[in-house]
Write a protein that binds this ligand. Sequence first.
Ligand code: AMP
Length: 218
Amino acid sequence: MPVYIVILGPPGAGKGTQSRKLAKKLKLAHISSGDLFRENLKNGTKLGKLADEYIRKGELVPDDVTIGMVSDRLSQKDTVNGAIFDGFPRTPAQAEALGKMLAEFGGEVNMAAYIRVPDEELIERLAGRLTCRENGHIFHRKYNPPKETGRCDYDGSDLYQREDDQAETVKRRIDVYHEQTRPLKEYYQKLGLLFEVNGEQSIEDVMVDLLEYLSVEK
Ligand code: AMP
């Protein structure tokens, strides 16, 4: 049976960092809607251009577009064992759609991990975040610096600051999170699937908590 895990939390909570590590460890596909949008934008697709209009403002891309993109991604071969969802779902409509999509593959959301970080800390984290141009690997100037300045440890590509990680957009993204995405915490709580992790720990310690919850050997 495939395993499907949702990682929830505000922007800058560490969803991307933890999801990548978890996916590698558990041999699951890593599905990040934000990465998929940025990849589309890099490749100059129509979807990428449309998404960019919303991303620049810190708003959510419309549900139908986002759901369609994730549904296509789920039909790729690397999802046979399951997937970790990073940044998706972000609205109740997306959560409902995800449930339906997974049912088609004979599965369901098995777990939802919520990474908790207070708003004040998110702003500092996002302001110092560096993202790798080629594959979206994530670093932080202070808390998780690359070995060589400006270069990704994993693939050697350039590191850059995402335009939407700048202060003005970050504030909007956090508000949008509270308005539209935060209700998903209760959604998965009601389904008995929610696990809350303290995101104010080191990257390694957050990982330890997640693995413990997932009952996986560390
Ligand atoms: P992220 O990389 O997860 O921080 O996402 C960057 C931006 O992409 C968000 O601020 C949204 O504009 C857009 N985005 C990513 N995932 C979603 C989603 N599930 N639904 C709507 N918009 C999304």
